[in-house]
Design a protein around this ligand. Structure first.
Ligand code: PMP
Length: 352
């Protein structure tokens, strides 16, 4: 082995869901939004003056943080933006989780937490979900170097109430608590109002799901000015120009169209409700979904088999070959037409 190889940082990367090239695929595997972004986004791109691309974008991303501050009723120095919430979360791990004590997160959750902790050599202890796949708040009352969990959780789609989040935050005044609200817009109550009361709470959200901008990569964090300043200091020690001009302009345009946002959310939650019933009629069950995806298990057919059969039929869903959840499928809520293709295939499959 060459000597340089000994010095490599050994990592076990996160494995994202498949991104097929074909647009024929019914793609229900990465929790993308099936509807296009707000019309203002296309307009912003068409009207973009390409001459501005000669220049670096504003390092403080002020255009976007100003609109976010207004939309969420906070001061501009309580807003941080990044290249998708993955960037915001990764930067937050680097900034806030710098203790010898282990950070805590659920054992069944967003798989990237463990990857960042390993990459950054942050000690961690995974806290098991209970038998009904719920977080147990008392597990997060022990000594720790920080806490992170999604609400709703992924891949279960289970939402915890605001009181649950507040209990965890109030028991941990000496740690930063990160609530990953990637899916909060699909019917949950955000922990955002709590940031005025707790200066150690960071709320992270994304434009990838509810605002149909996964391809543009925009995420943000809201928290006390002290947390945001710490994040900016670390960001500016790593890469000052994270957000492209296109991201700043399209993100702003998406945020300004509240009516379109509400309409899209309405359509997705309606389709989700129908999906619960249609899938139940086919023998599926699972926790009440509060994100833009369902987490379901079938009464007789193994999830692994269904996953493969669906894939063969160009219907992509997500399957996790992991203890306790290896008989579940995670199905993103698509358009009614896409969902109809899913039900039709399953109905057919059940007959054989
Ligand atoms: N958090 C959770 C729980 C997620 O499922 C995802 C999507 N993979 C993300 C964060 C990151 O999304 P993005 O970087 O597109 O904002």
């Amino acid at each position: 082995m060459s000597n340089w190889m000994k010095n490599l940082r050994r990592v076990e990367p996160y494995v994202p869901g498949e991104q097929p090239r074909s647009l024929e695929v019914v793609k229900l595997n990465t929790n993308e939004n099936p509807y296009p972004p707000a019309p203002g986004v296309a307009e912003a791109l068409h009207q973009m003056n390409t001459d501005t691309l000669r220049r670096y974008p504003a390092p403080d991303c002020g255009m976007l943080t100003a609109v976010l501050a207004r939309r969420y009723g906070v001061a501009q120095n309580q807003v941080f933006v990044g290249v998708g919430s993955d960037d915001v979360l990764g930067m937050s791990f680097l900034t806030f989780f710098n203790s010898e004590k282990p950070i805590l997160f659920p054992d069944i959750s967003y798989a990237f937490y463990e990857v960042w902790a390993d990459l950054l050599r942050i000690p961690y202890e995974k806290q098991p979900l209970d038998a009904s796949l719920r977080l147990v708040r008392e597990d997060y009352y022990k000594e720790n170097g920080g806490i992170v969990f999604p609400n709703p959780n992924a891949p279960t789609s289970i939402l915890e109430p605001l009181s649950f989040v507040e209990d965890i935050v109030s028991h941990n005044p000496d740690s930063v608590v990160i609530v990953d609200e990637a899916y909060i817009d699909f019917g949950g109550t955000s922990a955002l109002p709590l940031i005025e009361k707790y200066d150690n709470l960071l709320v992270v959200q994304t434009f990838s799901k509810s605002r149909s901008l996964a391809g543009m990569r925009i995420g943000f964090a809201l928290g006390s000015p002290a947390l945001i300043q710490a994040l900016n200091s670390v960001k500016n020690s790593y890469n000052s120009y994270t957000m492209s001009q296109a991201a700043l302009e399209t993100g702003t345009a998406a945020l300004e169209d509240e009516a379109y946002f509400q309409e899209t959310i309405g359509k997705i939650t309606q389709t989700r409700q129908e999906a619960v019933q249609r899938l139940a009629a086919l023998g599926f069950s699972g926790p009440a979904p509060m994100a833009n995806f369902l987490f379901v298990t079938h009464e007789s057919i193994p999830a692994r088999e269904l996953f493969a059969a669906l894939r063969e039929a160009d219907i992509f869903v997500r399957y996790f070959d992991k203890p306790r959840i290896d008989n579940y499928l995670r199905i993103t809520v698509g358009t009614p037409e896409q969902m109809e293709k899913l039900y039709t295939f399953l109905e057919d499959y059940m007959k054989h």
